[in-house]
Structures are given as C-alpha cells and as structure tokens.
Design a protein around this ligand. Structure first.
Ligand code: KIV
Ligand code: ZN
Length: 524
C-alpha cells in the first residue's frame, strides 16, 4: 500500500482571503458539506480571533463535521488567539489548533519589526506549548518557509516538534519557490530535523508563479504526507494549490510518488461549481480538471483519436471527476421524483421537503418558458436559491423600458430583511444604468461598479443568462455578485443586489470586529 497523503482543505480560510470571495455563514456550511462528500481529512474552518462571526462560523463548521474529519482553527503565535481558537473548537470532535510565526529574513525584519530568529523560535515554541494545553493535535506553520535559509527553518521546526507539534507546515507563502528547489528543501528537512519522522509534514503552496500544484507534488515526492489546498485553487493573490489538480496528479502518478489520497474525486465537478457559484469567481474554461473545456476536443484529429479510443487524448475519464457524459434533459412534465433524483445525482442530496417545494416551483417556472432543462440550468437554479436564502435585500420586481430614441427607465421593487417593500423608478443612460440607479436609491450603499459580464448558461436562444458583477466599496474592498434568469436585465439586477448584500454583510462583520474590540487582523 502506498503512503496516505492527507488532504487539508483551506477553502474556507485561505480561499476566503481571495478578493471578493467572502462567504456568509450559510454558504460556508454548504461548502463544508461538499468537503465532507469529497472526504477531505482536515477542514481549516477559519481564524476565530478575527471576529465574533468567524468564531461562530468555526463552531458551526465543527458541529457539521462531527467526527468525519479534523477541524482546524488558525491562530498567530499569540496566547489570546490560541485561547479564543481553543474555545471555538470546544465543540469539535477532532480539533486541531494551527498556529505559527514567520521564519524568513523578510518576515522577521519587516512583519515582526526586527525580531531575531531565536525570538521567533521562542514565541513559536511557547505557542505550541500553550495550544497543547487545550488539544492534542497542534499544527505549526513556519510562515514564508519558502524563502528561509534551510538551517533557520530546520532549527525552528525541531524546536516546535520538541514542544509538542504534531504536524509541521512548510508554506511557500509568497509562491516564490520552484519545484526542484522546494523538493530539495523538504528533503533537507526530512534528513536534518530531529523528530520529524514522528510528525506529519505538510506543504502549503501559493500560485504566484503558477506552480503551486507542482510545488506540492515536489513536497510529496520528498516526504510530505499532507497537502494544503483549496477548491478551484482559490486563495490569497494568485491562489493556493488546487485540490482537484493535486489529487488527480497523485492519482495518476501513484506508483512514482508512492502516494494516494482518500478523496472521492467524483465530487470535484460539483465542488468546483458550488464554490464558483457561492463566491461568484468564475472558473477559467481551460482550468485543469474542472474547466468547461477540460474534456472538450475541438481539433478534428483529436476528435477522431478520442472516438477510436478515449485514452488517445484523454488522461482522465470525465466521470472520475464527476463530469457526466450523458446530458439528462428534464422538462415541465418530469415530476418531483425525477427532479429530486437528478439533483441528488448532481450532488444536491438531502434537500429538506419545504426547500425542495420552492426549488420545484422555480424549476416549473423555468421549464414552462425554456422547455428543456439541462444540468447547468439546474446548477444555476440551485445557485439562485442559495443566494436568496438569508439575503439582506431581495429583488422582487423589475420593469424596464428602453430603446432608441427612448430614455431608459427602470422601476424596481426590493424587500429588505425586515420585510419592508420599496419601489423606485429612475432613468439612466441605458437599461442597466437606470436599474442600478433605482437599486442604489433603495439600498444606499456607496460603491463603484468595476466589472459587469454576462454569460449564457447553456446553448440556445432561450438559455438562462448569468450575470457577474464586481463592485468596490469606499475602502477598496471588492465584492462579487451573481444572478441568473431568462431575462438578462433581471439577472443583472439580481447580480447587483447579490454584490450589495455581500458588501453590507462584510461591513456588518467589520463593525462586529470593532465592537468586540479585537486587535487581530481579519486575515493572516
Ligand atoms: O500562506 C501561508 O503561509 C499561510 C499560513 C497562515 C499557513 O496561509
Ligand atoms: Zn496561505
């Protein structure tokens, strides 16, 4: 049997640090359930000291996971962070505190204002000892390990292992490394750090040079037994290692790597769509494993080859990553059972009856006008349901008149979270401008529209139109919103309201942080 590589998912922590990718509590739980279906080994649920919202969310995620996987909370190497994290993880069946401090000359000099390596090691050791008072499983990250001298890194890791760390994380925080050197770094540590053979060695790589997956594999080749990653490679700046890529690469190269994971890879396509739908961050069509073109063959020679035998040009069977070859088409006559079964096959299992009735209603409305409902329509419909749940503002109605030489006019009705209904009419330079002015008049949340794009969900003139918008608030934070409908002006309104809801939610979250008096940053 090959070595088991633990998959540590950080979509809900590092992934959420992507600009515009903030998620509300319900969305985090939806992703948690999907991570459980993927059978990940560890879920990093958040940074509890950063705000009361994050604290509560870590608790909810831990309760949802039960004993199915380890739940980790992030901290700085600071006693108060660790106390708060331990409290949040009290409800976890398998808690892990993930603590750490910088090790590179750049981090010590600038982030830690001239701290010496010895001081950083002492602080790391104290943090691990403190965390071990609460939990048996303590992971230590040596931040910016990718740029640290080998000997400094080895000294820090040896000290924290002696202090009780059960997992040592070697992050390439800045995505600076190249695979051959990163592999050599891991090998050096395996050979020079006393006690390292008794702990789990983890790699956590960023994609600044487009090499996060390759770096993680180099780590695995040289002794790492845990990989930290996110769905769709979401994460700070250029992102983290993409789980679907690293897991499939390990699967395809099990023998050379002497490694396997326990991931249920058939859940990847659904996980990718869910995270994209929740965050509003589109997956590029040519993205490995989960991109729309990952299994498309356009050249005649390639098509001919695949028809003769799939393996001529396809290394992964689409069904192995949950991309179904068959397109089951539902219609208005399909009935409750057929809809429920198709949704289950697409990964939406266990929908409660009352919620299913709402979904069925929306499905019938769509099927009445669109006739044939494809899988992508169902994903889009489910995304719309998720966005409506717990929304602060809901777009109830839109009426637009526009054209040449008319003045574009939009009348919009919105209900707020207290049930108050408001209707406003505005004019604008075009239909979307008029509608967004009307929405602004009701919601009154200052922002700049940075980007607006529209995509057809499926082929055909009657396809659903999915709109994605990016807005920026006064502080320069980005928020993404998405909406889908048969009428793209309605999709546009829904997308904008969704972005505003996210922005307001984040501002409330920030206000809570101020009220709670935390001096911790929102992210590490
Ligand atoms: O990239 C990094 O170093 C991190 C740590 C906090 C683990 O995300
Ligand atoms: Zn990171």
């Amino acid at each position: 049997m090959s070595r088991k590589i633990a998959i540590f998912d950080t979509t809900l922590r590092d992934g959420e640090q992507s600009p515009g990718a903030s998620m509300n509590a319900q969305e985090k739980l939806d992703i948690t359930r999907q991570l459980l279906r993927l059978n990940v080994d560890v879920i990093e649920a958040g940074f509890p000291v950063s705000s009361p919202g994050d604290f509560k969310s870590v608790q909810d995620i831990a309760l949802t996971c039960g004993d199915q996987c380890v739940v980790a909370g992030l901290t700085r190497a600071v006693e108060h962070d660790i106390d708060v994290c331990a409290e949040a993880l009290e409800v976890a069946a398998r808690p892990r505190i993930h603590t750490g401090i910088g090790v590179s000359p750049e981090h010590l000099r600038f982030k830690f204002k001239g701290m010496t390596l010895d001081e950083a090691i002492d602080q790391g050791v104290a943090a691990v000892r403190h965390a071990r008072r609460f939990v048996e499983d303590v992971e230590f990250y040596a931040e910016d390990a990718g740029r640290a001298p080998y000997e400094d890194l080895a000294r820090m890791l040896e000290a924290v292992i002696k202090a009780g760390a059960t997992v040592v994380n070697i992050p390439d925080t800045t995505g600076f490394s190249v695979p051959w050197e990163f592999g050599q770094r891991i090998r050096y540590l395996m050979e020079h750090v006393n006690g390292i053979e008794d702990v789990c060695v983890s790699v956590h790589c960023h994609n600044d040079l487009g090499m996060a997956t390759a770096l993680s594999l180099a780590g695995v080749m040289n002794g790492a037994t845990q990989v930290e990653c996110t769905i769709n490679g979401l994460g700070e700046r250029a992102g983290n290692t993409a789980m679907e890529e690293v897991v499939m690469a390990i699967k395809m190269h099990e023998a050379e790597l002497d490694a396997h994971t326990d991931i249920n890879t058939t859940e990847f396509a659904h996980a990718s769509r869910l995270v994209s739908s929740i965050t509003g961050i589109n997956v590029q069509p040519n993205k490995a494993v989960v991109g729309a073109n990952a299994f498309a063959h356009s050249s005649g020679i390639h098509q001919d080859g695949v028809i003769k035998n799939r393996t001529t040009y396809e290394i992964i069977a689409p069904e192995d990553v949950g991309v179904s070859g068959s397109q089951i088409v539902l219609t208005a006559r399909s009935g409750h059972a057929a809809l429920r079964k198709r949704l289950e096959d697409l990964g939406y299992a266990g929908i409660p009856d009352d919620k299913f009735e709402q979904i069925h209603g929306a499905f019938l409305e769509l099927a009445d006008s669109k006739k044939e409902i494809y899988d992508d329509d169902l994903h889009s419909l489910m995304g719309e349901q998720d966005r409506n749940e717990n929304a602060i503002y809901r777009l109830d109605a839109v009426q637009i008149s526009c054209g040449q030489p008319l003045v574009s006019t939009a009348t919009v009705t919105i209900t707020d979270e207290d049930g108050e209904v408001c209707t406003v009419c505005e004019i604008g330079s075009g239909p979307i401008d008029a509608m967004y002015s009307a929405i602004n008049k009701i919601v009154q949340a200052e922002n700049d529209l940075m980007e607006y794009s529209v995509n057809a969900v499926t082929r055909g003139i009657d396809a659903l139109g999915e709109v994605t918008v990016r807005i920026m608030d006064r502080d320069g934070s980005i928020f993404i919103g998405r909406g889908s409908d048969r009428d793209i002006t309605v999709s546009s309104g829904k997308a904008y309201v969704n972005a505003l809801n996210r922005m307001i939610d984040q501002h409330r979250h920030n206000a809570q942080r101020v009220e709670s008096g935390t001096d911790a940053p929102a992210h590490i």
